[in-house]
Design a protein around this ligand. Structure first.
Ligand SMILES: C[S@@+](CC[C@H](N)C(=O)[O-])C[C@H]1O[C@@H](n2cnc3c(N)ncnc32)[C@H](O)[C@@H]1O
Length: 214
């Protein structure tokens, strides 16, 4: 099965059968909740079908989900239609349709930034722009040292990984996701002007990154 044949929901339904991915789904919510409060305006970048919007909407004042894929946004709108404090916007992370300084917490999960390496500097600057002065970004990044293991996890999930090159794991349709080392992540965030970057172990194959605007 190629990634491009699947919506994020269907890709997720396959991945979630595998322990390594299930662990991320369980733990990212728990980690994020530690940083949230009821007054937060939370932005989910690359929200897909709305997995995390559903888990977190009751922990903050408002959640805005953005995704550049029309189908993802319409699936999320349908899935989350009964929840009042969720707003969904069709938008590319490179050019967020969000006001400057208007967001208190931003998240980007399941290594979505690792699918955007060519644009990562621009995207992080956009995240920095929309966060308010006390704003915090939280993200999940795959570990480079576990690329091989992750390759086998996709195989076990019935997906079609193809090869690993230059830290990127490629699927047969050319879709890729990068595995990171900690110093790279720190450098990317520093370049975008974030002041403090904390990297924790989330699971065997993933890091949880917290980046503070000030
Ligand atoms: C790996 S899925 C993650 C979905 C969701 N965040 C989750 O954790 O379950 C990545 C999602 O990000 C979206 N995406 C990838 N690059 C994007 C970009 N540059 N701007 C907006 N959305 C993007 C994709 O369309 C897809 O829905």
């Amino acid at each position: 099965m190629k990634y491009s044949d699947l919506s994020s929901y269907h890709f997720f339904q396959k991945m979630i059968k595998i322990k390594e991915f299930k662990d991320i789904d369980k733990k990212d919510t728990v980690f994020i909740k530690k940083y949230l409060n009821k007054n937060d305006i939370l932005l989910d970048i690359g929200c897909g079908w709305g997995r995390e919007l559903l888990s977190l909407h009751s922990c903050c004042k408002k959640i805005i989900g953005i995704d550049y894929d029309k189908i993802e946004i319409s699936v999320a709108k349908d899935f989350l239609k009964s929840i009042k404090n969720i707003q969904l916007i069709l938008s590319d992370a490179r050019n967020l349709k969000i006001d400057t300084n208007s967001i208190s917490k931003a998240i980007c999960l399941f290594n979505t930034l690792g699918n955007n390496i060519e644009h990562l500097n621009i995207i992080l600057k956009e995240i920095y722009r929309v966060l308010n002065n006390d704003g915090i970004f939280m993200g999940v990044f795959y570990k480079k040292i576990k690329n091989k293991k992750r390759f086998n996890c996709y195989l076990d999930a019935g997906l079609e990984p193809d090869y690993i090159k230059n830290d990127n794991l490629y699927f047969k349709d050319g879709f890729y996701s990068k595995g990171f080392i900690k110093s790279e992540i720190i450098n990317y965030f520093k370049k975008a002007n974030f002041k403090t970057i904390v990297i924790k172990n989330l699971t065997d194959i993933s890091y949880f990154v917290v980046a503070y605007k000030k």
